[in-house]
Ligand binder design. Structure first.
Ligand code: SF4
Length: 484
């Protein structure tokens, strides 16, 4: 592996490094063919375009010339400067905003702008703003004191000023030096101990296979970064060691660090045994599935949402008029997608859902995870459903995720719908789809439907994905009954 001393550090690489040191290294040296496409970067880019579009004003221009002319907004400014020794730092700054100050161009200056997804301002946002700020300092010869962070709240674009203190600039320079050191190294930094980050990372396939080969504890469902450190402290360093230890012995060792740690010892040992042998292990012999197995039929329910604006845009249902133990042809299953175009059309939606669910009031409603009942009950309450109606609805829900966790240890890294359904052999019709991809399709379709029908296929893709989520939920429920 050749060291890449000549490669400049840019904003993209630095952002990757803040998220995971290994990710930045892989961006420089990794085999790009092993990278997976994820919808997250496109969602981020679209969000950025929306936010920046909102900032656009009459007086704007492009590049450094726009700054020289004192425009309110300067788009597409490209800067580079050796902020640290021997390494050029590059920044393609999509947008700068004019503010007060004394720059080389007159009695004004420019500040960096960043778009934030999510509710909180993080260290990543501050460091990226600081990096852009230092590059602008060098250009305008005036210190940037604040950066602008744009975000969406209930579909309204807002902006928050972030102070770029000496401390954050110091942290930035130290971070750039560490990044420089990492990409000079011939070997990649270790896989992050916080494996939650990996779920949306395009290098996850590569890292997962390395972690599995190494028998890393982070591969065991239920073991996060802190628990892994704790297990290392008591002498457990890989899945095999965990699978072979006596439960009481581990409990005793972990309890030295708090009783709550001892309590999970049995669970993580069983989980590691399941993963190492690739076999399902029953946790609870007294499985109680009468409601599910004796019902004449059932509803399967799955929601798709836009979390940024708290909008459940699709409520997908399948009504199965057969007992779950019967032979069921998945191809013939009738799926009903109920779309909720805008947040303020919910009274119509509620009526349609209730009409559907009242066709068979005795059927339970199965779902995977807590989102569906929470959303539906909230919708009912907001639409004036009476307490009896809400109570009756509550009693019909069966969370398949809770049941599977309660009764089984399965050889999977996590207990998400996709992992479990794929483990029992179910395949989604469309490859590489997830909630983020469905959200991207939805946002594209929503934008385009006002203009043309270019994206009409997107809606069908969302329905197909949601239908498969419903069927996957059903398949897991059926597996539970078949293995009772
Ligand atoms: S998959 Fe995880 S460990 Fe690997 S580069 Fe991505 S975040 Fe880092």
């Amino acid at each position: 592996m050749k060291c890449n001393k000549s490669k400049p550090i840019n904003v993209h690489l630095f952002r990757s490094w803040i998220r995971c040191r290994r990710k930045a290294w892989l961006e420089v040296y990794g085999d790009k063919q092993k990278k997976l496409w994820t919808a997250h970067s496109t969602l981020q880019l679209n969000h950025q375009i929306d936010c920046f579009h909102n900032l656009s004003q009459k007086s704007f221009g492009v590049g450094i010339q726009a700054c020289e002319e004192g425009k309110n907004i300067a788009f597409g400014v490209r800067l580079k400067y050796p902020l640290i020794k021997n390494r050029i730092i590059k920044g393609n700054l999509p947008i700068l905003k004019r503010t007060t100050g004394e720059s080389i161009w007159g009695n004004f200056s420019y500040q960096p702008v960043l778009a934030r997804q999510g509710k909180k301002t993080t260290r990543e946002h501050k460091l990226i703003l600081a990096m852009k700020g230092l590059l602008i300092n060098n250009l305008q010869q005036y210190q940037v004191k604040k950066g602008l962070l744009c975000y969406k709240e209930d579909e309204i674009i807002k902006a928050e000023k972030i102070r770029l203190s000496e401390n954050i600039n110091k942290e930035l320079l130290n971070s750039l030096l560490s990044l420089d050191k990492d990409i000079e190294s011939k070997t990649p930094p270790p896989i992050t101990s916080n494996r939650k980050k990996c779920m949306i990372c395009s290098w996850r396939k590569d890292c997962d296979s390395i972690a599995i080969k190494a028998g890393s504890l982070s591969e065991v469902s239920g073991i996060g970064a802190k628990r892994e450190i704790l297990l290392n402290k008591v002498g457990i360093n890989n899945i095999k060691e965990l699978a072979n230890i006596n439960h009481n012995k581990l409990k005793e060792k972990l309890e030295r660090y708090g009783t709550q740690h001892g309590a999970i010892s049995k669970q993580i040992i069983l989980q590691s045994q399941s993963q190492i042998t690739n076999k399902a292990i029953r946790k609870n012999a007294e499985i109680e599935l009468n409601k599910l197995k004796e019902s004449r039929g059932l509803y399967i329910y799955d929601i798709e949402s836009d979390p940024d604006i708290k909008h459940d845009f699709l409520h997908g249902f399948i009504r199965l008029q057969k007992n779950i133990k019967n032979e069921i042809s998945l191809k013939k299953i009738k799926y009903t997608p109920l779309l909720n175009l805008e947040k303020n059309t919910e009274s119509f939606l509620w009526k349609r859902i209730i009409k559907k669910l009242n066709l068979n009031k005795d059927y339970p409603i199965i779902h995977y995870g807590e989102t569906e009942p929470i959303s539906l009950l909230k919708l009912g309450l907001s639409q004036g459903a009476n307490p009896d109606e809400i109570e009756a609805l509550k009693k019909r829900f069966i969370d398949i995720h809770v049941l599977i966790r309660e009764y089984w240890c399965l050889p999977v890294k996590n207990y998400g719908l996709k992992s479990i359904a794929e483990w029992i052999g179910f395949e989604w019709k469309q490859s590489n789809v997830d909630g983020a991809r469905a959200l991207l399709w939805w946002r594209q379709w929503k934008k385009s439907r006002k203009i043309n029908k270019m994206y009409s296929r997107n809606l069908n893709s969302i329905f197909e994905y949601n239908r498969d989520d419903c069927i996957a939920t059903f398949m897991i429920a059926k597996w539970l009954i078949d293995h009772e």
